[in-house]
Every structure is written in C-alpha cells, then in structure tokens.
Write a protein that binds this ligand. Structure first.
Ligand code: PLP
Length: 428
C-alpha cells in the first residue's frame, strides 16, 4: 500500500531535533531565533519573525493591527477552519473570495465583489504548492488601502520568502508541511514597526513546553516507521480487524495541535529545540530535494492528461506548481478511494480544510470553490513512488471515467491549451 503522504522529514532530522531537545540551553534561545530569522530572510525586504505556527503569527498580526470591529477580511475560499476562526475571534468578518478550480487563483470578479469600504485585509492562500499570481490582488489592495497577507503554508520552497510586495507572507513548518520541523512558522513582515509590535506581543506569551515538543518528536519517529509499506499495510489491516476508522486515526494523528482551547495553544512562543530543528531543516533542505517532489507531481499530472484528460487536477493550470499534494476531483469520492485502495493506493479526501460561508448581505457564496472542495481526493504522490506505480495509479483513475467525467468542464474552463506544462522550477 502506498501511504497517502510522506512526512517531509528524515530520521536524521528527527534525531537532530531530539538532540536539540536534550542539549540546547534556554540562554541560547535569543541568538538562535535571530540567526534563524536572518538566515531565512536573506536579502528579502522586510523583517522575519519566527512563531509557533502560521495561525499563531496570523493571530499576532490581527492583535497588532487592532482593526475596528466589523472590518472585513477577504480570504481565499479554501483555507483551514482556524484561519477563519482567528478572524472571527477579533470581531472581524471573513468574506470568502472564490477561486478558479484549475489555477486556484482568486477569481477577479469574486475579488471585486468581496472588497468593500470595510475591507482592511486580503488573505491569499497559495494552495497545494502552487503560487497564485497576486499582482491583481496587490493592485486592488493598494486602491482600497487594504493589506495583503500571503498564506504560504502550503508553498514553502527553499529561497522563496513570498512576493516582495506582499505586506505579510507566512510559511508553516507544521507536521504535514514541506520541510517540516513538527511545528513552527516564519513570517516576513514588510513594516519593521508592525513586526516589532508582533514580537512584543509574542514576548509576553508562555514558552512552548519542551517536554511536549520532545514527545511530538518521538511520536513522529513512530509515524515515520509506518511509511514502510508492509508496516502501513499491517496498520490498515489491523484497523479493519478492529473496526477502527484508519483514515480518521491518521488525520487525527497529524493534526497540528491536540485538543483543548485553540487560543491558549496558539499563544505560545516556540521552544528552543523547535527553533533549532527549524534552522537545521532550512540549512539542509536543498532545491534538489524539492525538485524530486515537483518532478513526481508533474509526471503524474502529465500521465493524467494523457490517459484521462477528463480528470480535473486543481492547481495544475497554475503558472507555478510545486505539488505539495496532488488532488483530483471525483463525483463519488468513496468509490474512487475504494478503487484506489484495492489497487494499493491510499488516497484520502482529507478533512483539514473548509470553505467559509459568505456573510449576510450582498456577498456571493464561493460556489466554484465549494464544488472543488466537495470533490477533492488527494492522491499519494512522492518521489519514493516509482514511475510504474504512478502509471498503475493513473490506470485506476482511467477506469473511473464515469465518476470523474462531469468535472472535465471545470478543467476546460481554465483554458488549458492541452500542451504539456512548463516544469515548475524554483523561479522566484
Ligand atoms: C497548514 C495551514 C495553515 C496553518 O499552518 P500552522 O503553521 O499549522 O498554523 C494555514 N493555512 C493553510 C492554507 C494551511 O495549509
């Protein structure tokens, strides 16, 4: 069985994290954070800030901005529920911006409709490893005085610190993210005074528990072991035997924060071992490592286009694709997932994202994004899979034509010209 995902961290990285958890001293924290931030930012404009998570950083931003209650935040209509919760918690109104199903970029007409005199912030998510061209958003934001936040949680790439003109760009190193440090985030903030304010608020937070982080490192060392195919097959078989829902179990296991209240969990400073592991990951994460994933995703997209051109791959028409994940759209997800499982591929519908409702008033619901969201199936796709495995997986999808056919329409509307895409290399 090919597991749904490979955690993007190796045993040696986990060992390095455990080493840091055992040895690094509290007194090194300040220097470590500065070095991490400086090293990542390089010559990019603005100021870097390391946080516990993107959600923590976004929450800091909203606290620092002190926007008047009732201000509106236009936000990419496919995001994680907590981002929407954080907006609501500050008394602000999230307004979804519909996305193009094939490029996942904000639809200009929907953006236009979502912006009002009360819009103070526009949050654009770069989904599934794509980079949405944000120039139209920047232009719109400048004309109405809103700030632009880039949610790059799914779009880390070595050397990429976000669009130079974005006001804030946020990168996540949560457990399922690229170059993960099992937590942590880096934000690039354009305005030093704003960054300083955020830093001061963060400095008042309690420190993340080192013990909890060490346990997390150990737990993931265990999950890593499941990536071994026989071990994973055994887990699936055991769940079946016990009547347990393996899918839910795995989704829960990799959720960023365990149960309990959201805000106390977000409002912590990253512990020193987390900063150390994050710095280690960034130092060691090579463009070649990422290129292998990009290549794997592009190969799969190419195969799908050749053998089942009716399949819609959200994001595959984006100008830049790094394939953090590769989803397809299916009418009957359960049938597709079952067919893939029977052939040895652990696809999943995922459960971590949402499409926020439009608020009352003149706002339009994010219809296209809603249609995508209800049909998403994530395929396993990572360099450990041989090209032959990708071909076999494509054959399963080809046999599901009736299940996927109707959404060819969505793909076609992207104006994809049928030519093979330019390989998404690490252009910035
Ligand atoms: C993962 C994710 C986040 C949150 O990242 P954390 O660092 O876990 O807070 C935010 N937005 C998107 C689109 C994500 O995928």
């Amino acid at each position: 069985m090919w597991a749904r995902k490979r955690l993007d961290i190796d045993g040696l990285d986990l060992a390095s994290g455990l080493g840091a958890a055992l040895t690094c001293r509290q007194s090194e924290r300040q220097a470590m954070q500065e070095q991490l931030e400086r090293g990542w930012l390089g010559s990019s404009p603005g100021v870097a800030l390391a946080c516990l998570s993107v959600r923590s950083g976004f929450d800091l931003l909203l606290q620092a901005l002190q926007l008047p209650a009732g201000s509106e935040v236009a936000i990419s209509a496919l995001t994680i529920p907590d981002m929407v919760r954080i907006v609501r918690d500050r008394g602000l109104t999230p307004v979804p911006v519909d996305l193009h199903p094939a490029t996942l970029a904000p639809e200009p007409a929907s953006l236009e409709r979502a912006i009002t005199a009360s819009t103070r912030l526009i949050v654009v998510a770069h989904l599934f490893g794509t980079r949405a061209p944000i120039e139209p958003v920047l232009e719109k934001a400048r004309s109405c005085g809103a700030l632009v936040v880039e949610d790059c949680a799914q779009a880390y790439a070595p050397g990429f610190t976000g669009h130079p003109e974005a006001d804030v760009s946020c990168f996540s190193f949560g457990s399922i993210k690229r170059a993960t440090a099992l937590g942590g985030a880096l934000l690039r903030v354009r305005y030093p005074a704003l960054a300083e304010l955020m830093r001061q608020i963060q400095a008042g937070y309690p420190l993340q528990s080192r013990l909890a982080y060490t346990r997390r490192l150990l737990k993931y060392a265990g999950l890593k072991a499941l990536e071994n195919r026989p071990a994973f097959a055994a887990l699936v078989a055991t769940c079946k035997l016990l009547g347990a829902d393996c899918d839910r179990l795995l989704n829960q296991a990799v959720r960023g924060f365990a149960g309990g209240e959201l805000f106390p969990r977000l409002r912590q400073q990253p512990c020193t071992p987390l900063l150390a592991l994050l710095a280690h990951r960034l130092r060691r994460y090579t463009p070649a490592r990422m290129a292998a994933q990009v290549e794997c995703g592009e190969t799969l997209v190419r195969l799908l286009r050749q053998r089942c051109p009716w399949v819609t791959v959200p994001g595959s028409a984006a100008p830049y694709r790094s394939h953090w994940v590769v989803p397809v759209l299916a009418e009957n997800r359960q049938a597709l997932i079952a067919a893939l499982a029977a052939a040895g591929f652990d696809a999943t519908r995922g459960s971590s994202m949402c499409v926020p409702d439009a608020p009352d008033g003149p706002y339009l619901p994010a219809t296209a994004t809603g249609q995508v969201f209800e049909r998403l199936v994530y395929l396993p796709c990572y360099p450990a899979m041989s090209p032959a495995a990708l071909v076999r997986m494509t054959a399963v999808l080809a046999a599901q034509q009736g299940n996927m056919e109707c959404f060819g329409v969505l793909g076609a509307s992207a104006g994809w010209d049928g030519k093979s895409p330019t390989l998404a290399t690490d252009r910035h």
